[in-house]
Design a protein around this ligand. Structure first.
Ligand code: ASP
Length: 342
């Protein structure tokens, strides 16, 4: 059997960071530092190669231009490698995983993002086990077919669908959760794959890479007491095409006249308003309460059970790659990459 090959793409993040003696804060460091602390990289029964970003990025500096660079690297190396592991800071990992899931269509090979809460150089690091298991998962095959041909996040002991994941803990090794979709695998003594939940549906389509993202989107998270000027400023921001409205519970928002008028004006002038819930679990169901029905009647689109990260990146992807606003709206109501329950 031909030897399997996995490519590590090192973008930065705590996993490879070291303490800067001058500022005493963590700064990104080169891949040599990563491989030095994980000699196991040479012990797998598959080949591991690596590419490093130059410069490395703390994931707070992640942006759509870098996502385009990332999918470009995957495209260039797609035929030579059986899977990809992206080392990435945890802070925006869920955004990158969501974005990549939309930018890489008909993916037949695993793209596993991982990182760590403690750098590899520290004794109690979680980075080593995260990296080793992410590599195992990226290389896992049955009859030469990848076991998980999806963009995923592997962290602590769980593999999640990337576009269902949120970072929720800045301290625990269990830093991510995916409340609206079960883990795709769990790692203990064995790695147990949750086959019925893994997407194999697109295995016949041709792999496609989108290299455009439209950043004219905004996020409006409501709270009791939110003021009119703030709402209007966001809805009227120059060039804005879509707003993710983070509402309460099952998609509810204030019924104050000024608020509903601002939403109506925005929808009337062609802005897409996508309703997602501030809750970590559950779905938007605007028909449930009067406070949601108003939004439905005004033409607000339901984001159902999508995460905010998936909603924002799905809009960036659709606005840049769909042919019309109608096509954007139709696709918002579809599951493109398993990001939404239809
Ligand atoms: N600030 C770091 C980053 O996101 C945090 C981490 O990697 O966990 O790049």
């Amino acid at each position: 059997m031909e030897e399997r090959k996995i490519l590590i793409i090192y973008t930065g993040g705590t996993i490879g960071m070291v303490i800067d003696p001058e500022t005493n804060s963590l700064v990104p460091f080169d891949f040599e530092n990563v491989s030095k602390h994980v000699p196991e990289l040479r012990r797998f029964d598959f080949q591991v190669r690596s590419i490093s970003f130059e410069p490395l990025v703390d994931s707070s500096d992640m942006n759509p231009e870098i996502w385009i660079k990332l999918v470009g690297i995957i495209e260039e190396n797609y035929s030579q490698f059986d899977g990809f592991v992206i080392l990435h800071g945890t802070d925006t990992m869920a955004y990158t995983a969501s974005a990549l899931s939309f930018m890489l269509s008909n993916l037949k090979k695993p793209v596993i993002l991982t990182g760590s809460q403690l750098p590899l150089g520290t004794i109690r690091t979680d980075g080593k086990e995260n990296l080793i298991t992410a590599l195992e998962i990226a290389a896992a095959q049955k009859n030469r077919q990848a076991l998980v041909p999806e963009v995923c996040i592997y962290f602590k002991d769980k593999l999640f669908r990337g576009n269902r994941t949120t970072k929720y803990n800045a301290e625990h090794f269990h830093a991510f959760r995916s409340d609206n979709y079960p883990p795709l695998a769990e790692a203990g003594i064995h790695i147990k794959y949750n086959y019925p939940y893994i997407r194999y549906t697109m295995l016949n389509g041709t792999f496609r890479v989108a290299k455009k993202m439209d950043t004219n989107v905004a996020l409006l998270r409501i709270f009791p007491g939110i003021n009119k000027d703030v709402v209007r400023a966001i809805l009227n921001a120059p060039n804005i095409k879509a707003v993710v409205l983070e509402t309460y519970g099952s998609g509810n928002a204030p019924t104050k006249k000024w608020f509903l008028e601002a939403i109506k004006e925005a929808v009337d002038k062609g802005l897409i308003i996508l309703n997602v819930t501030q809750c970590l679990a559950g779905s938007v169901e605007m028909w449930r309460y009067e406070t949601g029905v108003h939004l439905l009647e005004l033409g607000v689109v339901s984001g159902r059970d999508m995460t905010t990260e998936a909603a924002i990146t799905k809009l960036m992807y659709l606005l840049a790659n769909a042919d019309s606003i109608e096509e954007v709206k139709t696709n918002l109501n579809k599951s493109l990459q398993g990001e939404i329950y239809i």
